[in-house]
Write a protein that binds this ligand. Structure first.
Ligand SMILES: *Cc1c(COP(=O)(O)O)cnc(C)c1O
Length: 387
């Protein structure tokens, strides 16, 4: 075993389990608790119990935290009611009134909206940068820059950021690097090992995996651990044992599901590329993708989410394609077992995204790829008939 590197499929079956502490049952049960009883006043005064108050954790939350800490290589991980809440809290933890944060132009739209509206009210200024900037980020540092917010690959446009180069530029200035790693998941990319301070994940997507959970986390390195814990506690945040149980259950099959998502996405992307209706496919796992080299250097795999730039056709033609799809649902979010296909509304200010036509986003689910290709083929027939 000495030189054997354990595969993620194996790791996720063992992390965060405490069967011996729970009469041998495989999974840590759902704990619902507000009050924790102490045996005597001395124990109460010393807060001498494994858990002191329900809001501050229970065994189900701890099992999930242990599991994520192991996968992320994190000192502490805190959980939030949504992925967006984790993004927001990471930025709020890193910045104070009067500070400046650099935000990637390809970020998830609600993250941008928070920066432009709420952050501004608290005297924190956000400016946007080109996702392909790499080490050039240093030229954008202002004396009050406290954090660089990254998301790689970017929502909707899928540019891969050079995270190690950005982290190297930030380190000597003490600038905090935050990365929304939802696309990568802790299975395919471990942000803290690449110089990131705060690794943010929308658990809602692949860890949940079944379109029935909203959750986010911040996994922090050692220097950041106590600050994230304080932030979480001082803001009165709490995630239920029920939700933590669902996240743990999803985690057990995450690497196995991701393999199938990736396989199917690659198959669809390769099939889509030469189609006459398609201008480009935005998927870093494709060798022709501009982000492929950095993706290959830093990631161990891809998920099932990618973009498709169509040739220039009217909106009505795209609507006709999407409206009749059978296996691809029309809905936001992704990472569940089911396929999805939605039009992309791309908002940029620092580095405009040039598209030849409308852009759609596909989530390749766990269905049979041939069935999905048949569905898309019929969709393209409708698109051409309506165009
Ligand atoms: C969905 C998503 C989020 C937000 O997650 P919610 O749980 O829906 O709040 C954040 N970042 C990315 C990249 C996402 O796709």
């Amino acid at each position: 075993m000495a030189n054997h590197k354990e595969n993620p499929e194996t790791t996720v079956t063992s992390v965060g389990r405490e069967s011996a502490a729970h009469v041998g049952v495989v999974n840590t049960p759902v704990y619902r608790a507000s009050t924790i009883l102490y045996p005597d006043v001395a124990a109460l005064d010393a807060r001498d119990m494994p858990f002191t108050y329900g809001r501050r954790g229970n065994p189900t939350v701890r099992s999930l935290e242990d599991a994520v800490n192991a996968l992320e290589g994190a000192a502490r991980t805190m959980f939030f009611g949504s992925g967006l809440n984790a993004v927001v809290m990471a930025i709020l933890a890193a910045c104070s009134a009067g500070d400046h944060v650099l935000v990637v132009d390809s970020a998830y739209a609600p993250s941008r909206i928070f920066c432009d509206k709420t952050l501004r009210r608290f005297g924190i200024k956000a400016t946007y940068y080109d996702p392909l900037i790499g080490a050039g980020i240093a030229e954008l540092f202002q004396p009050n820059t406290k954090a660089v917010f990254c998301e790689s690959p970017g929502s909707l446009t899928f540019e891969v950021q050079d995270i190690p180069a950005i982290a190297t530029a930030c380190k000597p200035r003490g600038i905090t690097v935050i990365l929304d790693n939802t696309w990568g998941t802790p299975i395919h990319f471990q942000p803290l090992k690449h110089g990131v301070d705060l690794s943010v994940q929308a658990v809602t997507k692949y860890i949940g995996g079944h379109a029935d959970l909203l959750m986010g986390y911040i996994a922090a390195n050692e220097p950041w651990a106590s600050r994230i814990v304080d932030m979480h506690q001082n803001m009165g945040l709490y995630i239920s044992g029920d939700d933590c149980y669902l996240a743990l259950r999803g985690l057990r099959t995450l690497p196995t599901r991701l393999k199938r998502h990736e396989e199917t996405a690659l198959r669809l992307a390769t099939w889509l590329q030469p189609r006459p209706e398609v201008s480009r496919v935005l998927y870093p796992a494709l060798p022709s993708d501009p982000g492929h080299a950095i993706w290959k250097r830093d990631f161990t795999g891809a998920c099932g989410l990618f973009g498709v730039v169509l040739k220039d056709v009217p909106k009505a033609a795209v609507d006709a394609m999407l409206n009749g799809l059978g296996h691809f649902g029309l809905g936001f979010s992704w990472g569940g077992y089911e396929s999805l296909c939605v039009p992309s509304d791309i908002r940029r200010t620092a580095a405009p995204f040039q598209a030849e036509g409308p852009v759609i986003r596909i989530h390749a689910g766990l269905e049979d790829p041939q069935d999905l290709i048949a569905d898309l083929t019929a969709g393209f027939d409708r698109l051409r008939a309506a165009g």
